[in-house]
Ligand binder design. Sequence first.
Ligand SMILES: Cc1ncc(COP(=O)(O)O)c(C=O)c1O
Length: 348
Amino acid sequence: MIEKYQKPAEHDDGLRLHQNEHTGGCSPKVLEALASLGAQQVGFYPPYDAATRACAGYLGVDPDRLSLLNGLDEGIMATAVGYLRPRPGSDRPEAIIPDPAFEILAFDTEVVGGRPIRVEPNADFTFPLDRVLDEITPHTRVVFITNPNNPTGVLTPLESIRAVAARVPKDAIVFVDEAYAEFSGVSLIPELERLPNVVVGRTFSKAFGLAGLRIGAITGHPDALEPIRLAVPVYSVNIAAVVAVQAALQDLAYMEQYRAEVEESKTRLYAACDRLGLRYWKSAANFVLVNAGERAERLAQGAAARGIYVRNRSKEPGLEGCLRVGAGVVAHTERCIDVFEEVLCGAE
Ligand SMILES: Cc1ncc(COP(=O)(O)O)c(C=O)c1O
């Protein structure tokens, strides 16, 4: 039996720092574009050419090498369907997943009948290259690498991804999840022409604040993309997302400003952790993994009682005592820091 995916709680009564969203929301240009949608646009099946070209232009790839997705989540599920389903007469396909990982990777692998091969992290959460290479077998079909990783925010060296790509079997791919690449400024996309067995998934949920509309993209060599494309429903991206992503990409200044806020927020959060005696990992994303040790539960619950929601991952193997805290809009981070100080210092 597959364990049901535990969706994070739908908190709508406080500050949501538990799902790495842009808590300031999307650009005003996106709202204008949505408001200008006409009745016929809503009445017709959505056209994808212009949005595909806009996304391809933003990522610097040929439009033929990019497909839109109903969120990167869809790309992960489509990859599982395309690569990890057992075929008649063959063994159970394997997906290598370095831990700690975005939970959906193992979940989707199991849903389609594949076998997740979990790889233990290094103590400092750097990429465990040797152990990943050791796990590659003729049954490997996908190696999932999230860069920077969620929930740690730690970057994977591109050299390690190249090494994995050089080692996987002929009919396997490396799926690089770059959901947070706008914040790290690091991407494998410029190299994809030379890496035909690597696909890169991106999302507009995080840096562009479009999570509620569900829009992402996947890019890579057309042959590697083909099994994934076959598994994406023909009209999975709706017209609101189509117009929104184009508007968002015409207002890159809005995204850049958020990126600057994320940097400032992380600096302030690190300083607060130092003051409070909390360990943390330097993050290349818009969140910080904080180790509150035995205080984790009290901190998460105390913050929630004050309307600040963070992701409590302290019960998961390898993440004992850890909370993941969104670090975006500076004013929101300041509220979070005040509450952390109140919960931890007020009660001691
Ligand atoms: C690593 C990673 N991949 C994919 C996603 C999902 O992105 P989307 O909202 O585009 O489905 C998330 C969202 O939290 C994520 O952290």
